[in-house]
Design a protein around this ligand. Structure first.
Ligand code: NAD
Length: 361
């Protein structure tokens, strides 16, 4: 198998147990400096909810001061200015500074944490592949900017999130692969909520749902290892639900198509829930998830049939090992893997063509 073929497997998906703090967090604390956090697409819908959560201490806690660097495109600067005014008016005690810009070098300067949200959102009736051409170039440029200016821990939210994370990391070769991840937590939250609603129990009583694959309608929400609290004790979700047909069909389909259902109803893509999932993702990454399994798209280490060897890994998350993958799960995982392979190929082709055009100019 070629290196390129191996590489694609990396942004497939992964379940990870997060267990210790990132160095950057401790270093910034020791130096008494605010954490520098860039949010791209800061004038957009997700940005609006996410900035509030960050500034109010929802991720880094109420003891940690934060400098927010807000990036958007030139036509959005007036809107972004309004967001900056609102952040000021909130009078957050731990918000050290807000810097709004349309320049990559300003936005990425010395950042500790990058939340790459900005991209073109999917509209009603639009397929993910239509988004690809528009969005991968953004993440190619931001990968290069991260290398040049940032300190770097990166979460990618903008769709197609897995492939954008792959491209961003590809064009940031000097940054360790384990510093990149893509958001699949929204899908996990959706899956856990579906189970909780079915059982009539609180969301907090369902844990360890796994999301395999692409953040798209080929993803595989897997409850084989998930637990639900029934009558005061955790039992396997399958035993609690007692309806395999529902789990294999309606449940999976509802989670896979939830993004489209929200778009159909709201005429806009998920924003509040995406921001909340980003908060969950980054907080668990930096502070740990305890004994909960959480889903993030990260680089593969070769487990679960995904080739190893390309990535040096000594990161702050850990891929959960030894989970049994049954035939049903394998089939679903292979479908979404195939889609990611195609996306990867298309994305690389777009970036290479872009490079050739740039050289000809
Ligand atoms: P939005 O259109 O409201 O906001 C996007 C913002 O990004 C806009 O302000 C736009 O000007 C900005 N932007 C565009 N190109 C940019 C660039 N090159 N640099 C910086 N900013 C740029 O969209 P939204 O609802 O906030 O969604 C943002 C992205 O998140 C979309 O791609 C959407 O599909 C994706 N999303 C992902 C998930 C997930 O679970 N991974 C969930 C929901 C939405």
């Amino acid at each position: 198998m070629s290196d390129v073929t191996l590489y694609i497997y990396k942004y497939l998906f992964r379940l990870v147990l997060l267990h210790r703090q990132l160095g950057i967090f401790t270093v910034s604390d020791r130096m008494g400096e605010p954490l520098r956090v860039v949010v791209t697409g800061a004038a957009g819908q997700i940005g609006y909810s996410l900035l509030y959560a960050i500034a109010s201490g929802g991720i880094f806690g109420d003891k940690k001061r934060v400098t927010l660097l807000l990036l958007d495109i030139p036509p959005m600067m007036e809107v972004l200015n309004g967001v900056v005014m609102e952040l000021s008016d909130c009078s957050f005690p731990n918000l050290a500074e807000v810097i709004a810009t349309d320049k990559l070098d300003v936005a990425f300067k010395d950042v500790d944490v990058a939340m790459l949200v900005g991209a073109m959102p999917r509209k009603e009736g639009m397929e993910r592949k239509d988004l690809l051409a528009a969005n991968v170039k953004i993440f190619k440029a931001q990968g290069a900017a991260l290398v040049q200016y940032a300190k770097k821990t990166v979460v990618v939210v903008g769709n197609p999130a897995n492939t954008n994370a792959f491209i961003c990391s590809h064009y940031a070769p000097s940054i360790p692969k384990e510093n990149f991840s893509a958001l699949t937590r929204l899908d996990q939250n959706r899956a856990q909520n579906q189970i909780a609603a079915r059982l009539g129990i609180p969301n907090s009583d369902v844990q360890d749902c796994i999301i395999w694959g692409n953040h798209s309608n080929t993803q595989f929400p897997d409850v084989c290892h998930a637990k639900a609290k029934v009558d005061g004790k955790f039992v396997p979700v399958q035993d609690a639900v007692k309806d395999d047909n529902w789990i294999k069909n309606e449940f999976i389909s509802t989670v896979q198509k939830r993004g489209a259902a929200v778009i159909k109803a709201r005429k806009l893509s998920s924003a509040m829930s995406a921001a909340k999932a980003t908060v969950d993702h980054v907080r668990d990454w930096l502070l740990g998830s305890g004994d909960r399994i959480v889903s993030m798209a990260v680089a593969s280490d070769g487990s679960y049939g995904i080739p190893a060897g390309l990535i040096q890994r000594n990161g702050n998350w850990k891929i959960v090992q030894g989970l049994e993958i049954n035939d049903f799960a394998r089939e679903k995982m292979d479908i979404t893997m195939k889609e990611l392979l195609q996306e990867r190929d298309d994305a690389l082709k777009i970036c290479e063509q872009d490079q050739q055009i740039a050289c000809q100019k």
